[in-house]
Design a protein around this ligand. Structure first.
Ligand code: PLP
Length: 411
């Protein structure tokens, strides 16, 4: 099955259950067994079955199967949020004294997780310019355990050369982790370009309706866990084979951290997935039109959208994303004050800290998502005080344009 079909049918067969065409919500914690022997076998992993929703849940498992199929992976783990998913990956791969090599210009919360939270446990992070592939090769150390990139950096909007960076990671014997939140499997399957682990905040485009926070980790099957520098996963691989990494996460890290998704959120996310391909096409089409409009507006100083023919990343957008530039763009006004005036004047677009909703959203990143970083660090992360970020919705483009036209008139 292909992407549009998988989004609707993947991971759930009504006939296996009651015939219900929507995935039922298993609002359940535990699963009873007739005998002590049976439950002991499920615990030992010698018989299949659910134990406790903190480890696995049937509704969440249906979502995991659908997302695995969409990313063409070997398995996945749905988490309570995108941050929980990234936390699980780090906690599953790193020890004190290890090093993360990451693209700069990515989501501020992820940078904070690397530097502040994991920094407290003795993990070091180096941030490099995502567009400058050489920097990844130059900054690999003996103790680097993973490379982390976003398909489109939020909010720097740079598009890394995924296959070249995958090659650098593999030469060093370590996995490449790709955050595919901004592009989703509709625009790119990072597995096809060498990614080993794919992560999403499903909160964004995948959910798309602002009603369920969530995240997912997908093992693409590209990394050989029998090798590599991860001793405990290598040992597990003797028994679990290619599923060793996910087994290590589910039976230890995910179970111990308690970052499972709620069944209701998994149900809503499954439902949203059905319309993801159609929504993505519209997000991209509206964003391309808006980038063009801003590009011609006299009050707009600059526009950053990788799908614009003038963008340095236009070639990569053609090659990696089939020509679709995504639904997010940033633009600059005369000053921070002008940016605030613009946001205050919008009527259709909503001023809030999220992206990927069906609705058009705006935010001033410097004073919100990145407020904890000093201005010079913000600049290195691609955030400036004159910048407004727009998550372009699926409304009629003319309505988006007229809202922004009147708001620009008030700056
Ligand atoms: C690219 C990206 N990755 C991860 C996250 C974190 O996801 P969540 O808010 O679901 O924890 C975000 C949130 O904005 C994001 O934009």
């Amino acid at each position: 099955m292909r992407t549009h079909t998988l989004a609707v049918h993947g991971g759930y067969d009504p006939e296996e259950q009651t015939g219900a065409t929507a995935t039922p919500i298993f609002q359940t914690i535990s699963y009873a067994y007739r005998s002590a022997e049976e439950l002991a076998e499920v615990f030992a992993g010698t018989a299949p079955g659910y134990i406790y929703t903190r480890i696995a849940n049937p509704t969440t498992y249906a979502l995991e199967r659908r997302l695995t199929q969409l990313e063409d992976g070997i398995g996945s783990l749905v988490c309570s949020s995108g941050m929980a998913a990234i936390t699980c990956i780090l906690a599953g791969l790193l020890h004190a004294g290890d090093h993360i090599l990451s693209a700069a210009g990515i989501f501020g919360g992820t940078v904070s997780l690397f530097k502040n939270t994991f920094g407290r446990f003795g993990v070091e992070t180096t941030l490099v310019d995502a567009g400058d592939t050489e920097q990844f090769a130059k900054n690999i150390r003996k103790n680097t355990r993973l490379i982390f990139i976003e398909t489109i950096g939020n909010p720097r909007m740079d598009v890394p050369d995924i296959p070249a960076i995958a090659e650098i990671a593999h030469q060093a014997g370590i996995p490449l982790v790709v955050d595919n939140t901004l592009t989703t499997p509709v625009l790119i399957r990072p597995k096809d370009w060498g990614a080993d682990i794919v992560v999403h905040s499903t909160t964004k485009f995948i959910n798309g309706h602002g009603n369920s926070i969530g995240g997912v980790i997908i093992d693409t099957g590209n990394f050989s866990w029998e090798e590599g520098p991860f001793k405990d996963i290598r040992t597990l691989a003797e028994k679990a084979g290619e599923l060793a990494f996910l087994g290590h996460l589910r039976n230890l890290i995910y179970r111990d951290l308690g970052c499972c998704a709620s069944a209701f959120n998994s149900f809503l996310t499954l439902t949203s997935l059905e319309t993801l391909p159609g929504r993505m096409e519209r997000h991209c089409a509206n964003a391309a039109l808006l980038a063009e409009y801003f590009g011609k507006h006299p009050k707009v100083r600059w526009v950053n959208y990788p799908g614009l023919p003038s963008s340095q990343f236009h070639g990569r957008v053609q090659k990696l994303f089939g020509g679709h530039g995504g639904g997010l763009l940033t633009f600059g006004l005369a000053s921070r004050e002008a940016a605030f005036k613009f946001i205050n004047a919008t009527k259709l677009a909503q001023n809030l800290a999220n992206l990927g909703d069906a609705k058009t959203l705006v935010i001033h990143p410097s004073s919100t998502i990145f407020h904890e970083f000093p201005l010079d660090e913000q600049k290195a992360m691609g955030v400036t005080e004159d910048m407004v970020r727009v998550s372009v919705g699926i409304e009629d483009f003319d309505d988006i344009e007229s809202d922004f036209a009147q708001a620009l008139g008030q700056t």
